[in-house]
Ligand binder design. Structure first.
Ligand code: SF4
Ligand code: SF4
Length: 166
């Protein structure tokens, strides 16, 4: 009985002088592991064109049925992506998402990627459906936003890997 009491007290004494392991969030954020999967973004090429070509492969690969894509045709006068089509509507339901990363793996042009941002809470369900405007990264310069007028110009982006911009 006494030995058990002393053993319990020794555990308390051992922890009393240790540094606390809690984080004073949100002033200080706990670093996440390198392979952490959080909020998605839709990436662009260096010339500002959107990477997404509206192929819906991410939607097909998603086990939670969380992605909705509606494609539309590009024209040279109004070009969003280098392909024939672009995503006119792109939505991810963050309530459904299980952050498995299958969408990222399925994308043939590395358009959709998961970042290490994890502050995605909201007060109502509608706000948890992230639209294309919320997901797409800003253009490299304000005048490189989409749609672009590519009549008579070479719009094909470099295929070299582009550094992620977030
Ligand atoms: S991370 Fe997984 S669950 Fe979330 S949208 Fe992508 S494929 Fe679907
Ligand atoms: S994000 Fe990738 S896989 Fe999904 S529709 Fe766009 S190009 Fe296709």
């Amino acid at each position: 009985m006494i030995s058990e009491l002393l053993r319990g007290l020794s555990v308390t004494l051992r922890h009393v002088f240790r540094q606390p392991v809690t984080y004073p969030y949100p002033e200080k954020r706990k670093p996440v592991p390198k392979r952490f999967r959080g909020r998605h973004v839709l990436r662009r090429y260096e010339n500002g064109l959107e990477r997404c070509i509206g192929c819906s492969l991410c939607s097909a690969a998603c086990p939670a049925d969380a992605i909705y894509v509606e494609p539309a045709e590009n024209t040279d006068a109004e070009r969003y992506s280098p392909g024939e089509r672009y995503a006119k509507v792109y939505e991810i339901n963050m309530i459904r998402c299980i952050f498995c990363g299958f969408c990222e793996e399925a994308c043939p042009v590395e358009a959709i990627v998961l970042t290490n941002h994890y502050e995605i809470s909201a007060y109502d369900r509608d706000s948890m459906v992230y639209t294309k405007d919320m997901l797409i990264v800003p253009p490299p310069e304000p005048d490189r936003d989409t749609p672009q007028d590519t009549r008579g110009g070479d719009f094909m982006p470099e295929h070299a890997p582009v550094a992620l911009q977030y």
